[in-house]
Design a protein around this ligand. Sequence first.
Ligand code: DGL
Length: 292
Amino acid sequence: MTNFYFSQTKLSSLTSSFREDPSTLSIGVFDSGVGGLTVLREIYAKLPQETILYFGDTARLPYGNRSAEEILQFVREIITWMVDQGVKMVIMACNTSSALALEQVQKEFKIPILGLILPGARGAVQQGRRIGVISTPATADSNAYGQAIQEIDPNIPVWQIGCPEFVPLIEQNRLHDVYTYEVAKKYLTPLMEANIDTLIYGCTHYRHISHILREILPSFVKFIDPATFVVSAAEKELEAMGLKNTLTPLPTRFCVSGSPEQFAELSKQWLGHTPEVEKVDLAVFSQISVCP
Ligand code: DGL
């Protein structure tokens, strides 16, 4: 694995050369770690001509047992940095951030910011009558999916289960452990007892263990990945704003707050290659809470 560090000069010349045509600017995509790669995969499939700036806040994961205040602060720092890098749009590839910070940052920043909850809830309601949501404890406690679904159709019951062990297990690459299977069974049992017909991946990491979840749940249960719906929403928004890129995209730029080597090693199984990963220090952006 090669470690790759953009020099500041190279970066600013890159961003300034694209400023002339805003449609060629990157879309910022972020998560606490490798979960957002499931969203990135959808972007590659549906918006292959877009250039992506991916950020994983690996030094501070898991987000799922953080307070709402902490998550909002992290999200502000990340978006402030992304705006500084010259993105044209931000897709929160993190349900926890979407549940706890989306509304606030949409008020604070001028660029379009998309979250997963509403697109995911809409997608689920199109398919199911008894909906289960597995997510981080922070997302489950926020009742964001429950609320969003009730607003669309108050007759649909929703069961939300916080799954604190999943993200650490996935970030440790324990995707095929018997222990991970047992933990999954424990989390899914109340949903099977409730006889759900639809399951929302309420955390972007969980698609990485879909093989386990599918094995446990009965075959009639439909799986909803909010990533599919948020990327469709992003496409519509880009079209409406005249911001869809038509030129050849640049390679995805991967950045993390923790170890670039660890992220590269873990993510190669989903990316199909070992990515070059930069370490970014967001501390300088922590003083700036609202972007001009
Ligand atoms: N993948 C994120 C989510 O969708 C965050 C997981 C975490 O860091 O706890 O919620």
